[in-house]
Design a protein around this ligand. Structure first.
Ligand code: BES
Ligand code: MN
Ligand code: ZN
Length: 467
């Protein structure tokens, strides 16, 4: 999509989008009838002439970037479905929200259609109208919003790709292509290299699949040589059957989204490179397919991890922490991470605790936790702080090894976090469980159904704020 910022609206076959606060409803001519248009965030009213689309912006007093992003997301979603691809956005009154507005249109205009028999046309052009004095600043803001939105969509496109097409090897090819395009250094460890490096966790999980695991890194060298990097780590299980501890059939198709932590890292690295952030950032993806087979790991196995820590397998479906444990240890050893953050669709228990409107946040460092919270708040992605009590760590102690890979049902999201904590040493670390925020079953919140790209925006902010 082409994005332009102008002071005078051009002529042409544009549909005009106007944002309307709740209290402005009565000013519309003719005023909407009751029930026709509430003005709540993201509600839509198509003008009788169909040349204007009114978009609810909710309560004036509650206005923030998230409301603007969501409102324009649902507008863009509707416009794409109606094949109205030339969009004019009157935004003179809200110059401070240009970036969020463009982000919203880019995000809402995305749908996964690779295999649909009838495709819709993507939005062709967005013209943002601003007061003359605001045009220059708005151009920069629009460019930022667009590149962030596009990075999120890049993450969503790969995340939406199913397991028959996307597996560790093809994911590594996609990541390599993205790295090349974005001028990032790319490294990949294949099965041989993983064996040589004794990545016991990744090898155990990947062992059941005919398609071997991969560990990859994308490096952004924006800072001084030798400056310790911020390291982003993502769980990228390309499909999670549960392995020998197999999952029930109902809903298993959703496990194509078990790679979304990794996809968030990929999207963030694309944006970090494009924004040219002046610091060193490394993105690591731990990719494997969790399958049951004659070569699969099994309950009762004892696995020696990359760090040397031994793990008793009590449930092969607790695979995310196995690949992440190795990836986190590698981030500390290989990259001497200054700060470390991982994202993972790690536990159903996180959804039980928080629902699907917030990701859980765990950390071993109060100051780093605050930095992550600030970044999330600024980007409109909701996180909620969760504990790691000594009891959670005790719950995953094994009789036959240092750790076991599941502590059972109680506090399942917290014991998973406690497991990860054992692999980061003293490095300031945060963990985001995005199991229920990474994808949605239908169009909602100004985003099409499927992968949401949750986490990309928080990661980019986190990296940008630290400069
Ligand atoms: N990928 C799942 C977590 C998940 C569940 C994500 C539902 C999204 C929706 C993860 O690998 C898993 O299976 N976790 C287990 C852990 C348990 C065996 C300790 C779980 O949550 O049941
Ligand atoms: Mn699992
Ligand atoms: Zn999983």
């Amino acid at each position: 999509m082409k994005v332009r910022v102008v002071a005078d609206a051009p002529a042409g076959a544009f549909i005009t989008v106007r944002l309307v606060f709740k209290d402005q409803r009565s000013e519309l001519v003719p005023p909407p009838t009751k029930g026709e248009f509430s003005g709540a965030v993201g509600t839509l009213l198509a003008d009788r002439s169909a040349a204007t689309l009114y978009v609810g912006l909710g309560e004036r007093s509650k206005l923030d970037a998230a409301a603007v992003r969501r409102a324009l997301g649902s507008a863009a979603l509707a416009l794409r479905k109606r094949s109205q691809t030339y969009v004019l956005l009157q935004l003179e009154e809200l110059p401070q929200f240009v970036s969020a507005a463009v982000e919203g249109v880019v995000l809402g205009g995305y749908r996964y259609e690779a295999f649909l028999p009838k495709k819709t046309a993507p939005l062709a052009e967005l013209v943002v109208v601003q007061a003359k004095a605001d045009v220059a600043g708005a151009k920069k803001a629009a460019a930022r919003g667009q590149s962030l939105g596009e990075a999120v969509n890049a993450a969503r496109e790969i995340a939406n790709t199913p397991g028959n097409l996307l597996y560790p090897e093809t994911l590594a090819a996609a990541a390599a292509a993205l790295a090349k395009k974005s001028d990032l250094r790319f490294r990949v460890l294949d099965e041989r290299a993983l064996k040589a490096g004794k990545f016991g966790g990744i090898l155990a999980v990947g062992g059941g699949s005919a398609r071997g695991p991969r560990l990859m890194a994308l490096e952004h060298a924006g800072g001084r040589k030798g400056e310790a990097p911020l390291v982003l780590v993502g769980k990228a299980i390309t499909f999670d059957t549960g392995g020998i501890s197999i999952k029930p059939a109902a809903g298993m198709e959703e496990m194509i989204f078990d790679k979304c932590g990794g996809m968030a890292v990929l999207g963030a690295m694309q944006a970090i490179a494009e924004l040219g952030l002046k610091r060193n950032v490394v993105g690591i993806l731990a990719a494997a397919e969790n399958m049951p087979s004659g070569t699969a790991y099994r309950p009762g196995d004892i696995v020696t991890m990359r760090s040397g820590t031994t793990v008793e397998i009590v449930n092969t479906d607790a695979e995310g922490r196995m690949v992440l444990g190795d990836a986190l240890a590698w981030a500390c050893q290989e990259y001497k991470a200054a700060q470390l953050i991982d994202l993972a669709t790690l536990t159903g228990a996180c959804g039980v605790a928080l629902g699907d409107s917030a990701a859980g946040l765990w950390s071993n460092d109060d100051s780093f936790r605050s930095q992550v919270e600030v970044a999330a708040l600024e980007s409109g992605e909701r996180l909620w702080p969760m504990p790691i009590f000594p009891e959670h760590s005790e719950q995953i102690r094994s009789q036959v090894a240092a750790l076991k890979n599941s502590g059972g049902r109680l506090g399942g999201a917290c014991t998973a976090a406690a497991f990860l904590k054992a692999f980061v040493g003293e490095t300031p670390w945060a963990h985001l469980d995005i199991a229920y925020t990474a994808h949605q079953s239908k169009d909602a919140h100004g985003l099409a159904g499927g992968a949401t790209g949750f986490g990309v925006r928080t990661l980019v902010r986190l990296a940008a704020n630290g400069v």
